[in-house]
Write a protein that binds this ligand. Structure first.
Ligand code: HEC
Ligand code: HEC
Length: 286
């Protein structure tokens, strides 16, 4: 088993149906950072890549300069966005620069790429938002922009996200999860889920395998903490995804059920409440 079990298990790389003879160029062509000239932009993009792959060493909670301690844990962005964000169905940050600004149902407003980066910074990295003019923010955005080289705005690249698992019609069962953890995860992620550091007792070199929970992990606002969809407080609580692991909720179901399911009964109630509230169409995305 490899480190990419999670994402590859969720979604096999699909065959992309193309019109016969259509001269569609392959668009998952990751541009080579090392080929950039050693100029201002080249250095910025390289710095951005380093910030993604060694976040802990540059803006982690233990770096020497306290003003640079943006992240609250010693993860790297690339612990979740595999291969520096270039791997299909491994939460890539490739080819999506042109999709921003985009509408966020969580905030009910357009969000910029900087807002999206800060969303991961505050939840997945359990840290604080970087100012827009912070050199680190500019470098990360330059890298994300570089990864979209040649992908036209509006072009939806197949392979984004993490793929989908069939949904359970019962509550997820932590006791069964524990058995699977012991069988399939413990060897790498440690007996207590705290991961394995590269350097002991410090975390200067980050993790060989990252922690899955605890103080050096993401918080419960993070996409990783959700059962159905890895991602996005909702001013309209009825818009809140059914698997949000934190309240408040408008539907009367317990936090326990929102966390572990089953989700179908919640969805039905939410659809009814939405209809009562003004004939809105139920949101199939949830
Ligand atoms: C603990 C795992 C984790 C870490 C660490 C993490 N992210 Fe994310 N990130 C996610 C998840 C989950 C999503 C939601 C993907 C989706 O919507 O399908 C996401 C989404 C994103 C997106 C939007 C992608 C899209 O498909 O729209 C960007 C950009 C992003 N993250 C950047 C970062 C950056 C930069 C860092 C480091 C500062 C970071 N992330 C750290 C889990 C993580
Ligand atoms: C062969 C070793 C290995 C096994 C087995 C493994 N992982 Fe991982 N996992 C990794 C590595 C390494 C990373 C970080 C990837 C990177 O940085 O490129 C990771 C990343 C993750 C992440 C995202 C980062 C974080 O810390 O939250 C999650 C969640 C995760 N693994 C869960 C699991 C679960 C659940 C299992 C068992 C079903 C499992 N892994 C099995 C090695 C492994």
């Amino acid at each position: 088993m490899t480190a990419t079990w999670f994402w590859t298990a969720l979604g096999a790389v699909p065959c992309i149906a193309q019109d016969a003879g259509a001269p569609n160029p392959p668009i998952w062509t990751v541009p080579e950072v090392g080929a950039l000239p050693d100029d201002k932009n080249g250095r910025l993009v390289r710095r951005g890549r380093d910030l993604i792959t060694a976040t802990y060493a540059n803006i982690g909670p233990e770096v020497a300069n306290p003003t640079k301690r943006y992240a609250g844990n010693n993860l790297a962005c690339s612990n979740c966005h595999l291969e520096a964000g270039t791997k299909k169905f491994a939460l890539p940050i490739f080819g999506l620069f042109g999709e921003f600004p985009q509408y966020s149902p969580r905030l009910r407003a357009e969000i910029t790429i900087e807002d999206r980066v800060n969303a991961c910074m505050t939840r997945s990295m359990n840290g604080r938002a970087m100012p827009l003019d912070a050199p680190e923010m500019q470098a990360i955005v330059a890298y994300i922009k570089f990864l979209s080289t040649g992908v036209p705005a509006g072009q939806k690249v197949p392979g984004l996200g993490a793929g989908k698992m069939p949904e359970l019609d019962r509550a997820a069962d932590p006791a069964r999860g524990r058995l699977i953890y012991v069988r399939a995860c413990v060897a790498c992620h440690n007996t207590d889920g705290s991961g394995v550091r590269r350097s002991l007792p410090t975390v200067d070199l980050g993790y060989m395998t990252p922690p899955l929970w605890g103080s050096d992990s993401f918080n419960d606002g993070a996409g990783m903490a959700r059962l159905i969809r890895l991602d996005r407080d909702y001013p309209d609580l009825l818009q809140k995804p059914v698997d949000s692991p934190y309240g408040p909720y408008a539907d009367g179901f317990t936090q326990q059920q929102h966390k572990y399911g089953p989700f179908a009964p919640i969805r039905e109630t939410v659809a009814r409440l939405k209809a009562e509230a003004g004939g809105q169409k139920p949101d199939s995305q949830q």
